[in-house]
Design a protein around this ligand. Sequence first.
Ligand SMILES: Cc1cc2nc3c(=O)[nH]c(=O)nc-3n(C[C@H](O)[C@H](O)[C@H](O)COP(=O)(O)O)c2cc1C
Ligand code: SF4
Length: 784
Amino acid sequence: MELWHTHRLSVILAIFVTALFIRTYLRQPNSEREQQQPQQKAKEILRSTQDINQQQTEPVKGTEKSDDEKKVKTKQPSNGPRRIKGGVNKKLSRKDSNEGEAQSEEKATKIQTLVFFSSLTGNTEKTAKEFAQTLGNGLGTGSEGEGEKKDGAFLTPQVLDLAEIDYDDYFISPTKAAETLLEQNPEITGKIGLFYLFLVPSYNIDSMNDTLLEHLQETHHDFRIDTAPLSTILGYSVFGFGDRDGWPTEEEGYCFQAKELDKWMAKLTARKRAYPLGMGDWKRDGKERLAEWQAGLVDVLNVVEETGSLGDGVVGSGDAVESDDEVDDADDGEVVFEDGADSQAPKSKSSGSIEDVEDLGKIMAASRTDASDGKQPKAPIAIDFTTGGKVRKTAPTVTIKEMVPKNSPTYASLTKQGYSIVGSHSGVKICRWTKSALRGRGSCYKYSFYGINSHQCMETTPSLSCSNKCVFCWRHGTNPVGTTWRWVVDPPDLIFDGVKENHYKKIKMMRGVPGVRAERFAEAMRIRHCALSLVGEPIFYPHINEFLGMLHRERISSFLVCNAQHPDQLAALQHVTQLYVSIDASNRESLRRIDRPLHRDFWERFQRCLDILREKRFRQRTVFRLTLVKGFNVEDEAEGYADLVEKGLPCFVEVKGVTYCGTSTAGSAGLTMANVPFYQEVCDFVLALEKALLKRGLKYGIAAEHAHSCCILLASERFKVDGKWHTLIDYEKFFQLLEEKGPDGEFSPEDYMGPPTPEWATWGQGGFDPRDQRVDRKGRPIEA
Ligand SMILES: Cc1cc2nc3c(=O)[nH]c(=O)nc-3n(C[C@H](O)[C@H](O)[C@H](O)COP(=O)(O)O)c2cc1C
Ligand code: SF4
């Protein structure tokens, strides 16, 4: 005990030091083991993968092959266990093995189109062979057997029977197919890009189509393979043959397998749909549709040859997931409002991030300054086109600014919202109905009422600026406002060429979007209508008549919407196909509250516009546009609106419920979803208005409806012939009259009245285009 007491300190110390040493010693190997374990695991995985590859993978390029293997494979698809060949995308070039990653970005020097087909009764086989030949001619590869054009990039199209090829070579590892081609064409030194085309009939009985579709599906879901193993090909497109006698609609199975194939190819190629899915009835329009599809493909292939890519928008625009969650971002201009957490009231924007003089806040500030303390507004020159002043083409000072300069927040905001800004004050954007019609999902109400194909309609404005700040304006706070034109004026031809170019560019970007119909896509490449109603005030633009002349010369109809604040411009306006005036309220106070006009004499301007419309009613096809906003301009206003109709005597009155588009900036104006009327409420209002009109002895009736967009049309009995409404327009006649009589010529709206309104569009029938399929927001079909 004594000994313990004497030495306990040194013993404890010794034990402690020993323990510390042992611990430190033991930790070292542990930490090493911790590091080594994953490496070890990775090595094991690698080893087992190599084993699998050795057992299952065909030799890759550079290893020996028999002559037979060098030929394009023509084996029967195997029914045995699935072999995995090549899980990683390889580059399709002779130099690939030596050069690094950058090589994959290399532009293909040669383009090989592969025309895959399936056929049970032989029609498609014959067609595919003919198709390949005419395609080759279109691409300049010469007739079959001649080989490719010397200086062109295209190789003679190859026709491949889906019943004979090895799917793994083409649908898991396209590298193999490209390598085989390189071996067959030793003179090619660069890279061969593959372009897949499919001609497939549909069969509701078991056929090789099912084998192919299953193979594609399995490949996509196989965890050992890249989900998009075909992303190295240049692009693909599918054309389906079907029979409308047995399968009249797509819902009933018309061309269903072509649609399926198109969908799986989108997934496997990571959305490289180069051209929309085409469909044709082999007994009826098959040949015609195929020729259209081919013409579109030749255009795309030429872009590929030139640029090495599919061009604007394609990769990424074709969402492989069939969804329909496109933002309802446009609905014919001025009737949609937005809301959202990131939204700001215009006032807060003006004092916050947006610092451009053209922005709402500062313009407002400038005009307020002008009004309240008598100082000059900051903008340099105020040319008041709204009071009949002559257009000043040249600026008296060099300080005149652009309305929407490229470096301004307004420009950034508008382009972010999908606008293309043309010049410095014009904009173009494709509306959601144009997209919807391209996909066969319905046109806007203007198709039902006036025969306008939405996919051939361009929505544009030559003036992004406006003199109102309507509470429901869907671009509230982003477009510039002002009572006078203070900006540089772009020439009309610059705007005309620019808006067309950008519209077509945007249409082309829809090429890869799922569901886009080849037929409609081809039609959309010819603009037939122009809705001058996007945002802003079109007649604010000093050269609006010249601009209209350009549209009409190209036989593009014009639907112009103005805000009833520019009477002199309205009076000076030449013929348009249809002339709208927004009637947003029935009395002064209500109009002030809802339109929030910048002009102090807004009510007088509004009244003058009605007088002008009345005078013009036998020269222009005039329309009152009423946008109903619950809590603002609906309740007890039917009588007031009837008075306005009595004053202006428009040809038509369009009544539309304000549209809610999911996200809204209208918080500042106090708008919520509760301000959106139900369709039944719109119907009730229209019935009340009709009654009020009859009470005044005015001959109007409810002519048509489009329940889908909450819109109803009242028409003057001038457009009722033999008991039938004739709200449609004879566009050809309109252009003919214009050519004969000139833009100020004497002709009336009745002179270009079209055939009767279709039965399905009349009051009580709903008005949905029977050619199309209605879908809900998730793209699921619903009853019309
Ligand atoms: C048994 C049978 C089933 C068919 N099923 C469909 C179908 O579900 N949907 C469709 O659109 N066409 C269908 N068709 C029509 C074929 O797709 C059409 O006749 C096609 O042009 C045949 O092409 P092929 O001669 O190349 O085999 C069917 C035809 C047959 C004979
Ligand atoms: S009129 Fe034209 S721009 Fe307007 S919603 Fe219809 S399709 Fe779109």
